[in-house]
Design a binder for this molecule. Structure first.
Ligand SMILES: NC(=O)C1=CN([C@@H]2O[C@H](COP(=O)(O)OP(=O)(O)OC[C@H]3O[C@@H](n4cnc5c(N)ncnc54)[C@H](OP(=O)(O)O)[C@@H]3O)[C@@H](O)[C@H]2O)C=CC1
Ligand SMILES: CCCCCCCCCCCCCCCC(=O)[C@@H](N)CO
Length: 336
């Protein structure tokens, strides 16, 4: 009898352990550590919110920091606040990421980059039916094309890094870049786009010892979010509240820790971890333990995801019914 238990115990240990061993052997790209002390970290959108928090933390960890944004006054203010709290001077560059020539000029002036953090972003939530195409294009241009501009301009210098140490290109996506959210058609498209860009780019730059990271924050308390909240459709807020809010400092900390360990997908909270497991797809994974978790959780996470959709479509149904109830002219049947 005892030997059956022993056999059972060995089996439940041996199966996951051998899977872990197998994963450890096959995982590519291999694990990497990317130091930031004494290295050049270039952060776009570094004058506000998450980017500013990243600049503070990178500077206090001994990096040489450059920040880029449009508004020179906000850049100057950011430089002063970083000097005040860390005693360190960051370089500031005023440019619009939509202007390739301006981006190239700033990057040439800043000098070769070791860690490029493409964090600039704009978010204007609205149902597509009422959103101007101009606004759609604005989000695609700043969030997605702007990131292409930055990478194109920075890559030649990054490839010739003097210290030949590992470099990093980090892209600021959003949890709305892992799952489509009501009111975010354009924003989600721009943030999903970054994932495709990142997955393909990692294969192209791995031989240059450059490592790609994608960061997926939930709602984060920043000036940008305060602005967004003024015009956010109610359903966008209801659905986005499925994930807890964070402070900019917390997101920046997760992001920097992830970047330094070469993590490809960087979630920022528990819901983010679940989202990353549910959307692991074919993305690279360097951590054997995370890979094991992805394999084991895949089926369960699909069920959890379907429950979330059940809940969200319920909210949409209730909200629409309530609106139609209020509006006596609309007697239309609900499409559920
Ligand atoms: N806050 C949140 O809830 C979340 C944010 N994110 C993402 O995190 C990133 C930062 O967001 P957050 O800190 O909230 O944003 P903020 O609005 O607080 O800051 C945005 C930064 O980007 C700069 N920026 C905007 N447009 C351009 C442009 N065309 N060219 C150059 N710089 C530009 C801004 O400076 P200036 O206006 O002077 O150019 C500012 O420095 C974004 O990519 C956002 O999508 C992801 C998930 C959640
Ligand atoms: C399988 C399990 C799933 C688990 C949880 C799913 C939770 C999804 C919530 C998505 C929230 C999106 C917020 C976007 C914030 C943002 O980017 C804007 N504030 C603009 O900056």
């Amino acid at each position: 009898m005892a030997s059956i238990y022993l056999l059972f115990l060995i089996l439940i240990l041996i199966i996951p352990l051998s899977l872990l061993l197998l994963l450890t052997l096959i995982l590519r790209p291999r694990p990497v550590k990317i130091p930031i002390k004494g290295r050049h970290v270039f952060i776009t959108g570094g004058s506000s919110g998450i980017g500013l928090a990243l600049a503070h933390q990178a500077a206090s960890q001994g990096a040489r920091v450059s920040i880029l944004a449009r508004n020179p006054d906000k850049l100057e203010e950011a430089r002063n606040s970083i000097r005040l709290s860390t005693g360190i001077d960051v370089s500031v560059f005023s440019a619009d990421v939509r202007d390739y020539d301006a981006v190239q000029k700033a990057i040439n002036e800043a000098g070769p980059i070791d860690i490029l953090i493409c964090n600039q972003g704009v978010f204007i939530p609205q149902e597509l039916e009422s959103q101007d195409l101009e606004t759609v294009k604005f989000m695609m241009d700043v969030n997605l094309m702007g990131t292409f501009h930055l990478i194109k301009a920075a890559l030649p210098g990054m490839k010739n890094r003097k210290d030949r140490g590992p470099g990093s290109i980090a892209l600021m996506s959003s949890q709305a870049g892992q799952v489509g959210i009501y009111g975010y058609t354009a924003y989600s498209a721009s943030k999903f786009g970054l994932r495709g860009l990142g997955e393909a780019l990692q294969q192209e730059v791995i031989s240059d010892n450059i490592h790609v990271s994608l960061i997926f924050p939930p709602d984060t308390e920043t000036p940008g979010l305060a602005e967004e909240n003024k015009k956010r459709p109610e359903l966008t807020s209801i659905i986005a509240a499925s994930s807890g809010a964070l402070k900019a400092d917390e997101v920046a900390k997760k992001a920097l820790t992830g970047i330094k360990s070469g993590t490809f997908i960087i979630p920022c909270n528990f819901e983010g971890l679940m989202l990353s497991l549910a959307t692991a797809g074919l993305c690279p994974q360097r951590s054997p333990l995370m890979a094991l978790l992805e394999v084991v959780a895949a089926g369960v996470m699909r069920v959890v995801a379907l429950f979330f959709q059940w809940n969200w479509y319920g909210s949409i149904e209730r909200w629409t019914a309530q609106r139609n109830g209020k509006d006596h002219h609309v007697g239309g049947r609900l499409a559920f």
